[in-house]
Design a protein around this ligand. Structure first.
Ligand code: HEM
Length: 227
């Protein structure tokens, strides 16, 4: 389907990208729930029988498969995400200066933004870095626990738990912005309303329009065939 359709909707995430995001979200929630059962005394009765230990490892494998799945399912999308996440321009810096307005739901007054706004860049970048910390500390506790020693194990567990806490707090913000900016359709149907997108990501919408106009211009500029 075209990126831009006649119902004034714009394609934001392709089907495979949405599938990868669903894998990320569900594996993270499984890790969080089973992790809390393993860690938190009042919930420990749920750990009886070892199911939560087993489920936690299933969640960990699914979570680690996310980057592999992204590269296999939509290599371009994965590369675009990495490229854009770590590249900030002047508009992004000035976006941060006014981010309280964005947090209050006033996107119209914000500096123009590309496909990802500066806050999303920060969120996605933090997800990548913190996930790496969760995975490495988790793998250490899974496979080389006896070699860590008591202090090493305690520090690894602290890093693992604090990283999960940080991603959980980020998730609260992520859900808040999804709700405030009615962004859920981008991960369900893949499409967003053109006017909403123009409000939040005007540079991105202009890029799409420009790309759609280009072949038209080329056609018009071609010399008329000689008869
Ligand atoms: C559980 C409920 C979740 C919901 C409802 C949700 C919702 C969304 C939505 C609507 C977007 C698109 C935002 C936009 O570009 O306009 C998005 C993107 C994203 N979310 Fe979530 N999310 C959830 C969980 C998570 C979790 C747990 C993580 C990380 C651990 C996460 C990380 C991301 C990332 C990295 C993107 C960008 C995806 C890409 O560019 O391919 N999300 N999410």
């Amino acid at each position: 389907m075209a990126k831009h359709d006649h119902d004034h909707k714009i394609l934001r995430y392709r089907r495979n990208q949405r599938f990868v995001h669903a894998l990320l979200a569900s594996s993270f929630i499984l890790l969080l729930l089973t992790g809390m059962v393993l860690l938190w005394g009042p919930l420990s009765f749920l750990a009886v029988g070892g199911n939560s230990r087993w489920l936690h490892r299933v969640g960990a494998i699914a979570f680690m498969l996310v980057p592999v799945a992204y590269l296999l399912a939509d290599r371009e999308g994965a590369k675009e995400l990495l490229r854009e996440t770590f590249r900030y321009d002047r508009d992004d810096i000035s976006w941060f200066k006014h981010m309280y307005r964005y947090a209050m739901g006033h996107a119209a007054e914000m500096p123009p933004q590309g496909r990802l706004n500066a806050g999303q860049k920060l969120h996605h970048g933090a997800v990548i870095v913190i996930s790496l910390s969760i995975v490495l500390s988790g793998l250490a506790m899974w496979f080389i626990k006896p070699t860590l020693g008591a202090t090493g194990l305690a520090w690894t567990a602290v890093i693992h738990d604090l990283s999960m806490l940080a991603l959980t707090l980020l998730l609260v913000g992520h859900l808040y912005f999804t709700y405030v900016y009615k962004a859920m359709s981008s991960m369900t149907t893949g499409y967003v309303d053109e006017d909403e997108a123009r409000l939040e990501h005007s540079k991105w919408v202009e890029e799409i329009e420009h790309a759609e106009e280009e072949p038209q211009i080329e056609k018009e500029e071609q010399p008329a065939p000689q008869t």
